[in-house]
Design a protein around this ligand. Structure first.
Ligand code: AMP
Length: 492
């Protein structure tokens, strides 16, 4: 089937074809005709399957007729994180380029004032994270009684993040005559309950994972002699170096936000092209980092699970698991960032003696008996774990690279005398020694607990607190979708 056989209104079809797509993906082929017929859709699909277009295309088709009234958006898309919401907005811009649809994006980290101005003018498409949407609603700036179509994207992520009560509340504020398009990668009981309550005779469409992980991803582990973080950082550098030319770009996953920062700083100090992304960083920084990574201008993205969830980042050659994930499902999500669309990928995980239980859970979840071990020779006997970069060290690209498993006999490490860490490294080491106050192995949990504290500060909980506040639009750097700067876009 081709897009021109779906019965799309001509301008919508032209927008899709201009994006370079001819053939709908399986989820699009199944969901678009049902959505065009006005039915509710329950889509079971994950990122990478083309699900975003599966709901944006029929929405553009439907919204092409009619006009928005002040404060009464005609459609609503709920997404769990700011980045996902921004991705959905980009999708509307792309496929809706021949329409004059107005949009507003309600996410944390962007000023209320500008968002309110957009709402007051009236929007066809409102894209929001649940907390920020309810903040606007409670301020009386928004009516949801004009919603014709509503999308809930990544519902199972919303569940993980404690947003289900908000989703129920929002659904209750919209008219029951609305069309609901509901997407989730998995269907836990709680999600099934919501769909039974709020969807009306939905068409159920389901696609399997985009790629069988085992086929395209080479999975490896490094068995660490002890669970020392400085040693883990030195080992990470070694496996990155060993990846050599094969490493086009990689994501390093850590369990804690604090470790994300420490690992990113440490890599930078050693001359690697690395930047952190997690929920406590300012929105501007997060968006710029992500865009740089997508554009191939940043080689290593150091991430927490929540920050990386659902992000559409094509062609990642390597995933490095600095920590064994506490939740074994996260292992599958993490390594699923590589080896996409039939391409080859490599996933390397550092496993310490403290990780026994979690590692066993990973084996169970993946159905693997064991994971191939990387031979680092006498690395652990010779390594200098000091975080102080060695003097006169060349830039990473100029460094000699060894093949995986080849002994480098700790060449660089041995050359530098084991030394006490310098001032910077010492303070870093000190901070490592501090009690793990932020035991947010799972940021989602933290968000869930912020949530349970009640309504105040709601806007800050969608994806971690926003660091920048104020009246200016903050948070998108140079890569901000045009409509955010204008509050409203009339794509011509
Ligand atoms: P999603 O699952 O929505 O995150 O989409 C995954 C990727 O597939 C995005 O980069 C889309 O631009 C791309 N994509 C979506 N639909 C199609 C299509 N019909 N043909 C080719 N690529 C597509």
């Amino acid at each position: 089937m081709k897009f021109d056989e779906l019965g799309l209104e001509p301008k919508t079809l032209k927008g899709v074809l201009d994006a370079g797509y001819e053939t709908p993906t399986p989820i699009q082929e199944q969901a678009i005709p049902e959505a065009l017929a006005g039915r509710d859709v329950l889509g079971i699909a994950q990122t990478g399957t083309g699900k975003t277009a599966a709901f944006t295309i029929p929405m553009i088709h439907r919204l092409s007729k009619g006009r928005a009234k002040a404060r009464m958006p005609r459609s609503l898309v709920l997404a769990p994180t700011r980045e996902l919401a921004a991705q959905v907005a980009e999708s509307f811009e792309k496929y809706g380029k021949y329409h004059k649809l107005s949009m507003a994006l309600l996410i944390g980290g962007v000023s209320f004032k500008d968002q309110e101005m957009a709402l007051t003018r009236g929007v066809d498409v409102l894209i929001a994270t649940p907390g920020r949407l309810l903040d606007h609603f409670e301020r009386g700036k928004l009516l949801l009684t004009g919603i014709e179509v509503m999308v809930i994207d990544e519902a199972d992520r919303m569940l993980d993040m404690g947003f289900i009560p908000d989703i129920e509340k929002i659904l209750g504020l919209t008219p029951f005559t609305r069309q609901t398009l509901f997407f989730s990668a998995t269907m836990p009981d709680e999600i099934t309950r919501i769909t039974q309550q709020f969807l009306s005779a939905p068409a159920r469409v389901e696609v399997s994972r985009p790629a069988q992980t085992a086929e395209t991803i080479r999975q490896l582990i490094v068995k660490m002699p002890k669970g020392d973080d400085a040693l883990k950082r030195a080992t990470l550098r070694r496996v990155i170096d060993d990846a050599g030319e094969e490493l086009k770009n990689g994501i390093v996953f850590c369990n804690r936000k604090r470790n994300v920062d420490i690992v990113a700083k440490s890599l930078q100090k050693h001359g690697y092209d690395a930047r952190p992304i997690h929920g406590d960083l300012a929105q501007a920084f997060r968006m710029e980092t992500l865009q740089a990574f997508r554009d191939g201008e940043l080689k290593l993205l150091i991430a927490s699970d929540v920050a990386a969830r659902g992000l559409d980042i094509p062609e990642v050659s390597h995933v490095f698991n600095f920590d064994v994930p506490v939740n074994s499902d996260d292992y599958v999500h993490r390594i699923g960032r590589t080896g996409r669309a039939g391409r080859k990928g490599t996933a390397v995980m550092l496993v310490t003696p403290n990780d026994d239980k979690q590692f066993k859970a990973v084996l169970e979840t993946t159905g693997m008996k064991e994971i191939e071990e990387v031979d680092l020779g006498d690395f652990f006997e010779t390594v200098d774990v000091s975080d102080k970069p060695r003097r006169g060290r060349s830039k990473p690209d100029e460094r000699r690279r060894g093949g995986r498993g080849k002994k480098r006999a700790g060449e660089d490490e041995a050359a530098a005398k084991p030394q006490k860490a310098g001032a910077e490294a010492a303070s870093e080491a000190k901070s490592e020694d501090e009690p793990q106050a932020e035991e947010s192995r799972d940021e989602a949990k933290a968000q869930g607990s912020r949530r349970s504290r009640g309504g105040k500060g709601r806007g800050r909980r969608d994806d971690g607190p926003a660091m920048n506040h104020g009246d200016a639009v903050v948070g998108f750097g140079d890569h901000v979708p045009a409509f955010i700067l204008q509050n409203e876009v009339r794509a011509a």
